[in-house]
Design a protein around this ligand. Structure first.
Ligand code: PAF
Length: 283
C-alpha cells in the first residue's frame, strides 16, 4: 500500500492503472476511520483490482461554530485499517491541493441539500459536493463508495454524478452498527460514557416511527411527535435537530408518508451531533 500527498504522485499512479487496464474503486473519507469505512474499502477491493482511499478533513463542509479544529485525526490507525482491508493507495492531500489560494469555484447541488442536515448546517452540502467533485476529477475512479448512514449526502452525490455526467458508478453500502444498534460514526468517539449509553435513543425513535407507519399511520406530523416523545423518554438531555420522513429520491419532507422513503433524524448529546436513518424501499 502506497501513501501519497501530491496530485502529481496520485496522477502518475492513476495513469499506471490505466496502462494496465485496471479499474479503480474510490473511498473518500475524512479519516478517523471505523468499521463502516472498513466495509466500504472491503467492498471496493472486492469489486476493483485497485482501491484508493482519500483522507482529507474538508474545511468547507464545517460551519464556523462546528468541530473542524477538534475533528479526530488518527492517521496511523487509519493507514493500518486501510492496509488490512485491502486498499492500494492512500491519498492524504494538503488543504492547498484541494483549495489553491483564492479558490472560489463551487458545486451546488440545489434542492436535495435544502432540508434536514442542509437546513441545520448551512453550506455543508456545498462543501461536500465541491470537495467530492475535486476528488473525483483527481482520482478518476470507475466506482465510488459511500455509506447509507449519510443518506442525504449519498442521494445528493448520486444526483451530482448524474447531473455532471461523471463517468463512474456510485455504490451506496449499508450502515454498519455497534451491537446495540448505534450507527458507527467518527464522531461517536466524542461521546462521554453517560451520553454513549443514551446514544441509541435516535435509532430506537426511528424504529418506533417505522413501526407506527407499518401499523398504518401515514401522517408525518403525528409520526414526528411520536418519535420526538421517544427520544425524550430515552434520552431527556438530548436536543433534537430534526426527525421526519423524506422522499428517498429528492429528500423533500413528506407530509403524508409513502414509500420509497427514508425516516431520518439528527440529535445532539452534549456537543456531539448524531445522525441516522432507515430507508424504506419498495411500495
Ligand atoms: O462522508 C464524509 O466523510 C465526507 O462528507 C466526504 C464524503 C469524505 C467529503 O469530505
Amino acid at each position: 500500500m502506497e501513501v501519497v500527498k501530491t496530485l502529481r504522485e496520485l496522477r502518475s499512479w492513476r495513469a499506471d492503472c490505466r496502462l494496465r487496464g485496471e479499474n479503480v474503486g474510490f473511498v473518500p473519507t475524512m479519516g478517523a476511520l471505523h468499521e463502516g469505512h472498513g466495509a466500504l474499502v472491503v467492498q471496493s477491493a472486492k469489486e476493483n483490482p485497485r482501491t484508493v482511499v482519500s483522507i482529507f478533513v474538508n474545511p468547507t463542509q464545517f460551519g464556523p461554530n462546528e468541530d473542524l479544529a477538534r475533528y479526530p485525526r488518527t492517521l496511523e490507525a487509519d493507514l493500518k485499517l486501510c492496509r488490512e482491508r485491502g486498499a492500494n493507495l492512500i491519498f492524504v492531500p494538503e488543504v492547498e491541493t484541494l483549495y489553491p489560494e483564492a479558490a472560489d469555484t463551487w458545486v451546488d447541488v440545489g434542492m436535495v441539500g435544502n432540508y434536514w442536515c442542509g437546513a441545520s448546517r448551512p453550506g455543508h452540502f456545498r462543501g461536500v459536493s465541491t470537495v467530492v467533485t475535486k476528488l473525483f476529477l483527481m482520482v478518476e475512479p470507475n466506482k465510488a463508495y459511500f455509506g447509507q448512514k449519510d443518506a442525504q449526502q449519498a442521494t445528493l452525490l448520486c444526483k451530482m454524478v448524474r447531473d455532471l455526467r461523471f463517468d463512474l458508478e456510485m455504490v451506496i453500502c449499508p450502515t454498519i452498527r455497534e451491537s446495540d444498534g448505534l450507527a458507527m460514526s467518527s464522531r461517536n468517539r466524542y461521546l462521554s460514557e453517560a451520553h454513549r449509553s443514551k446514544a441509541t435513543a435516535l435509532i430506537r425513535a426511528l424504529e418506533f416511527g417505522v413501526d407506527l407507519f407499518q401499523k398504518g399511520e401515514t401522517n408525518a406530523s403525528v409520526l414526528e411527535v411520536s418519535m420526538r416523545a421517544k427520544v425524550s423518554e430515552l434520552a431527556p438531555e438530548a436536543s433534537i435537530d430534526y426527525l421526519g420522513f423524506a422522499d428517498s429520491f429528492n429528500f423533500q419532507p413528506l407530509a403524508v408518508i409513502k414509500r420509497p422513503c427514508t425516516v431520518l433524524g439528527a440529535i445532539r448529546l452534549g456537543k456531539t451531533r448524531l445522525i441516522d436513518n432507515i430507508p424504506l424501499g419498495g411500495s
